[in-house]
Design a protein around this ligand. Structure first.
Ligand code: GLA
Ligand code: ZN
Length: 681
C-alpha cells in the first residue's frame, strides 16, 4: 500500500499542543522552561497563533510580529516545529468598535455584542478584508520559516449569522441555485402550502424561530448556504497561502460531528483533515470501551473524508477539560490508550489543547500538559512524557493507511432533513446514534468500515450500509443499483428514500427514485412505537440468519414486489408480514431491514453480508478494539484493551513496536494495554 507521510520534514508522528506564549511574554523564564520541558515530554510540534490577533495587530494597521519570530526561532532551534494558525477565530476590540458589521446577528435577528470568539459575520466585507490583510502579513513574515510545517486556518469554524448582509448573500445563492426563477423555488420548496408562495427572491428571509421555520426546503437550503459561505470564507483565507506558500499544506480543525456545517464540503479544499477530540471519559454510566468506540466513529468520519492520507488529532487533552458537565480527569492509563486509539484509527498526530494552563479567564482550569503548579513530576506530565516515547517507538507507522472494504453512509444533508422532518418521533429518530450503533458492530467484529457521504463513490467497497437514508440525492439510487449489480452487498433500513434533495416526498412508493425495484418492495405505512412498545423480527427457517430479535421505535409495513422474506414481524396487526428481506440484483444483493432491530439481530444480518462479500470478521474479546494500518509490504495491527482485566488476543506473527518484543498467537493484553504488532505481508 502506498503510504502518505504528512510531514516528511518532521519525519515522525506529531506529538504536540496548542501553545499560547503570547500570554506569557512578560515571563521569559517560563518561555525558556517551556522549551526545555517540551523536549523532555517528546513534544515535536506546537500550534501557535490561534488567538493572537490582538497581539499581532494591537491597533488597526500596527503590526507586531517580532515576538512570534523569536518564539518560532527558539522552538525550531530546539527541534520543535510550528503549525501556524490564522487568528480569525477571535477579533480584537478595536475591530468591532470600528466595524460593527463584523459582529454576528443570531437567528432571532439580535446583534451580538463584542466578545467571546467565533462570533463573526463571515460575510462582512470589513472583517474579510482585515483577515485577508493579516493573512498576507503572516504568509510574508513566516511563510519561509524553516520550522513551519502547516497552516491552520482559523479555529473550529461554526455558527450562523442572519444579518442583512448574510440574508442578501443567501438570496444571491438562491437566485443562482433556482436560475433566477422564483417559480422554480416555489415548486422545490412546496410553498403553495399555507399560502407561502414567494413573488420575488427579495421576500426570502433566513429561517427564524419567530418567523419562517415550516418550509423544510428553506431550512435545508439555509444550512447548505451556511456551509457554502463558511467554506467560501475559509477558501478566501487559503487562497493567500496557496499563492504565497504553495508548498505548505493547509488544514482547519473540525469539531467532532458538528451538526451545523457539512464537513464533507468543508473537507474538500483542505490538504489534511484535523479534528478536536474531547469525549466524556469517566462517565460512570458508560464503559470506557463504549465511549471510545463512539470516539472511533468520529476518527473514522474524519479519516473517510480523505482516504489516501492520515488525519491529525489536532486537539485532545491529557487530563480534563473545563466545559463538560462534570470535569473528571482521565484515570491512570486512559490517556495512553485513547491517544494510541487516534493512531490506530488513522491519525498521525496526538496533539493537545494546551501546553500550559493560563492564569486567568475562561480556560484557566482547562487541563494542560503543564499545570499552574509548574512541576514536571506530576502524573499528567509523566503520562505525556511516556506517550511521547510511545509515539517515537511508532515512528514507522506514519503515512500508513486504513483500508476498508465496507462503508456506512453518514450524510449531513440527510442528518439535517431527518432532524427537521415533522414526523416519526423527535425522541427516537436518532440518526447519528443509529449510524454509531451500526458502526459499533463493525468495530466489535474487527471489520474496518469507512463513513462516507452518499455523494461519494461506492466502487471500492463490497458492503454498503445505508441506515435511514431519508433524503436521496439525485443519482444515489442509480449508483446503489450499479453497486449491487457489480456484486455489492447493499443494506438499507426503515426511513429510506422518502424525499428528494429538496425534501419533496417521492411519489409512487418509498424508498423512491427507483429503489422500490432495487429492493423489490415498497413501504405502505410506518409505525412509530412508544418507548414501551416492542415488536419482534423472527427469521424464517430457510433464511441464512437464525433467531428472533426485538425491534423498537420504527416498524415499516412493507409490500413485496419480488423480494424474498427473511424475517417477519411477530406481533401487532402486521404480524407475519416481512421485516427483513433480500432481493438479488445482478451479481449482488439488496437487503432491507424495515424496523429498528436490536444489535444482536443487526449483527447476525451483517455477519451474513460480510460472509457473502468475503470479509472475515475477527474474534475479539469484549472491550478490545482492533484496527489495521497498512504500510508498504507491512501491516500494523493495533489491539486496544479498554477494560480493567487482562484480555487474550490472537495476533499474527510480528513485533510489538511498543515493547520491541516478538508476538504471535495468543497474547495477553494487560488492563488498558495496547499492542501494535508489525506484520510483514
Ligand atoms: C476547542 C478550541 C480550543 C479550546 C478547547 C478547549 O477545541 O479549539 O481553543 O478552547 O476547545 O477544550
Ligand atoms: Zn452576517
Amino acid at each position: 500500500m502506498k503510504t502518505h507521510p504528512l510531514f516528511p520534514k518532521v519525519n515522525a508522528l506529531l506529538h504536540g499542543c496548542d501553545y499560547n506564549p503570547e500570554q506569557w511574554l512578560d515571563r521569559p523564564d517560563i518561555l525558556e522552561e517551556d522549551i526545555h520541558l517540551m523536549k523532555q515530554a517528546g513534544v515535536n510540534t506546537v500550534t501557535l497563533g490561534v488567538f493572537s490577533w490582538s497581539m499581532y495587530e494591537p491597533t488597526e494597521g500596527e503590526y507586531r510580529f517580532e515576538w512570534m519570530h523569536k518564539i518560532m526561532d527558539d522552538l525550531y532551534k530546539n527541534g520543535i516545529y510550528t503549525i501556524l494558525a490564522t487568528p480569525s477565530g477571535a477579533r480584537p476590540a478595536w475591530l468591532d468598535e470600528k466595524y460593527p458589521e463584523a459582529m454576528r446577528t443570531n437567528l432571532k435577528r439580535v446583534k451580538n455584542l463584542h466578545g467571546l470568539r467565533h462570533n463573526h459575520c463571515i460575510t462582512s466585507p470589513a472583517y474579510r478584508r482585515l483577515v485577508h490583510e493579516m493573512d498576507v502579513k503572516l504568509a510574508e513574515e513566516f511563510g519561509s520559516h524553516p520550522g513551519l510545517i502547516l497552516w491552520h486556518i482559523s479555529n473550529e469554524f461554526g455558527g450562523e449569522c442572519a444579518c442583512e448582509l448574510c440574508a442578501e448573500k443567501f438570496r444571491t445563492y438562491l437566485r443562482e441555485k433556482y436560475h433566477n426563477n422564483i417559480e422554480e423555488l416555489n415548486q422545490a420548496w412546496w410553498t403553495t402550502f399555507w399560502s407561502h408562495r414567494f413573488n420575488d427572491f427579495d421576500q426570502i428571509e433566513p429561517p427564524a424561530s419567530h418567523g419562517e421555520k415550516s418550509i423544510h426546503g428553506l431550512n435545508l437550503d439555509w444550512k447548505r448556504f451556511t456551509t457554502v459561505n463558511t467554506r467560501d470564507f475559509m477558501e478566501a483565507e487559503m487562497a493567500v497561502f496557496r499563492e504565497k506558500t504553495p508548498d505548505i499544506p493547509i488544514t482547519t480543525n473540525f469539531m467532532h460531528l458538528y451538526a451545523a456545517l457539512d464537513y464533507n464540503q468543508m473537507a474538500k479544499p483542505l490538504d489534511v483533515i484535523s479534528w478536536d477530540s474531547y469525549p466524556k471519559y469517566g462517565d460512570p454510566d458508560r464503559s470506557l470501551y463504549d465511549i471510545s468506540v463512539e470516539n472511533a466513529f468520529d476518527h473514522v468520519t474524519m479519516r473517510s473524508f480523505k482516504k489516501d492520507r492520515p488525519i491529525m488529532m489536532m486537539e485532545s487533552v491529557p487530563s480534563l477539560v473545563n466545559w463538560h458537565e462534570y470535569n473528571k480527569p482521565k484515570r491512570p492509563g486512559v490517556h495512553r490508550i485513547t491517544a494510541l486509539q487516534a493512531i490506530a484509527c488513522g491519525s498521525d498526530t496526538v496533539q493537545y489543547f494546551q501546553w500550559r494552563k493560563g492564569r486567568g479567564s475562561f480556560e484557566q482550569y482547562h487541563g494542560a500538559v503543564m499545570d499552574h503548579l509548574g512541576r514536571s513530576d506530576t502524573r499528567v506530565f509523566r503520562d505525556v512524557e511516556a506517550l511521547g516515547a510511545a509515539l517515537a517507538a511508532l515512528k514507522e507507522v506514519q503515512g500508513s493507511l486504513v483500508k476498508a472494504q465496507a462503508a456506512i453512509l453518514f450524510d449531513w444533508d440527510n442528518r439535517w432533513a431527518i432532524d427537521d422532518a415533522a414526523a416519526f418521533s423527535d425522541k427516537s429518530k436518532k440518526y447519528e446514534q443509529t449510524c454509531i450503533d451500526l458502526f459499533r458492530l463493525f468495530v466489535k467484529n474487527g471489520v474496518e468500515v469507512d463513513l462516507i457521504s452518499s455523494e461519494e463513490s461506492f466502487a471500492d467497497y463490497q458492503v454498503l450500509v445505508a441506515p435511514m437514508l431519508y433524503l436521496l440525492k439525485p443519482g444515489v439510487a442509480r449508483r446503489m443499483k450499479e453497486f449491487t449489480e457489480a456484486g455489492g452487498q447493499l443494506l438499507a433500513t426503515y426511513i429510506t428514500g422518502y424525499v428528494d434533495e429538496h425534501t419533496l416526498c417521492y411519489l409512487g412508493g418509498f424508498p423512491g427514485d427507483g429503489l422500490t425495484e432495487l429492493f423489490g418492495l415498497y413501504t405502505e405505512e410506518i409505525d412509530t412505537l412508544f418507548p414501551k412498545d416492542t415488536n419482534g423480527a423472527a427469521f424464517l427457517e430457510d433464511a441464512p440468519v437464525e433467531g428472533t430479535y426485538k425491534v423498537r421505535d420504527y416498524c415499516e409495513i412493507v409490500k413485496l414486489q419480488g423480494a424474498r422474506t427473511l424475517a417477519v414481524y411477530t406481533d401487532d396487526f402486521y404480524k407475519n408480514t416481512p421485516v427483513v428481506t433480500v432481493n438479488p440484483c445482478g451479481k449482488g444483493k439488496a437487503y432491507y431491514v424495515a424496523a429498528r432491530m436490536e444489535a444482536s439481530g443487526m449483527e447476525a444480518v451483517l455477519r451474513y453480508l460480510w460472509q457473502q462479500a468475503g470479509i472475515e470478521p475477527k474474534s475479539l474479546p469484549e472491550g478490545v478494539e482492533y484496527h489495521r494500518r497498512l504500510g508498504e509490504g507491512v501491516a500494523y495491527d493495533f489491539y486496544l484493551n479498554y477494560t480493567n482485566e487482562e484480555k487474550t488476543v490472537t495476533t499474527e506473527q510480528g513485533v510489538d513496536l511498543l515493547t520491541g518484543s516478538a508476538v504471535g498467537g495468543k497474547t495477553v493484553l494487560p488492563p488498558l494495554g495496547v499492542i501494535v504488532c508489525r506484520v510483514q505481508l
